[in-house]
Design a protein around this ligand. Sequence first.
Ligand SMILES: Cc1ncc(COP(=O)(O)O)c(C=O)c1O
Length: 375
Amino acid sequence: MSKPGEAIAWFQPQMTGGELPRLADVLERNFLNDGPLAREFEARIAQRAGVDQGIAVTSGTAAITLALLALGIEPGDEVIVPDLTFIATANAVRLAGATVVLADVEPARLTLSPAAVEAAITSRTRAVVPVDVNGRGADYGQLERICRERGLVMVCDAAEALGSRYAGKPLGSYGDAACFSFSPNKTLTTGQGGIIVTKSAQMADRLYELKDQGRRVRGSGGDDLHPVMGFNFKFTDLQAAVGLAQLDAFDARLAGAARRDAWYREALADVDGIVFPDMDSQAGEVRQWTDVLIDRRSEVRAALEAERIGCRSFWFPLHSQAPYQQHAARFPNASHISDRGLWLPSNFGLSESDVARVASVIKTALSASRACTAC
Ligand SMILES: Cc1ncc(COP(=O)(O)O)c(C=O)c1O
């Protein structure tokens, strides 16, 4: 997120102006809980994902956990997760009580490697959680085949992929269920929040029970029946009011992201040492933020920061994080990408001249470090 004093912010949430009147209505009605606006928001997100059911919850992390629980994942089960993702993917598996098994990613698209998944399957494997990294669809052709053949369920972590499409279908429509996040660095934010989208009405019923203390029907909160176990992961109409207003600007934001990416590609074309990871823009894939792989990332990052231009290095691979520590040798692609990945400024107000300025700082940094290597 942006830091105070940045000349060009890496990213900032942006309000549309429609939030305040919608919020005022919620306050006027004096029903701040998970109610009719949350239902409307769920329906509109599900429609965008190309499925019938949406169940909004407190966060993307909670969404993944509840989806796994609804599919019957329990302690002792193994769940395969890519080594290169935000740590929430793995933490959500742990919260469901299951064991995280890491698998390497594809070098060009950064998404879960089907071959690594096949190699990681054991007799205890029950689920796979592919991640649509920054709007790139995982290899669903292969992953769906593997899950079908091996009897595994699939929960897609589409936290960063709302509005993006893969192989002709919206991301969110693959797997048994998919999960989006509405945290502040997403194209649509509700402060915090998440949603599970699925084609299955039966799974949606189970998810409503899980997110609301096992109740099938919300009554007085006193003499209600709670036939099964559940928790409290409810969304609120306050969040839905913000989300619905943000949805009104969503298509313009997707178009802006595609435009921003094209500007960067043009401005950084033919620069040695910079790779744009694969992205199928023709098929409707949209990057949430512009990402690049740079061999001399530390020099570039220092030069951008010296000019007060915000950027963000990629996540460390999960195998290097304390809760998931493992030997690096099994994850060469995740390590290679993590060492080089940089998210360039991608705020909603970014202009073509901002992109030209960012590109010029990057080029200067790379040519200076090249000259230095030569001397
Ligand atoms: C890939 C990925 N997975 C999961 C999450 C978790 O979402 P949340 O922060 O809403 O819990 C995020 C985002 O923050 C994410 O980027």
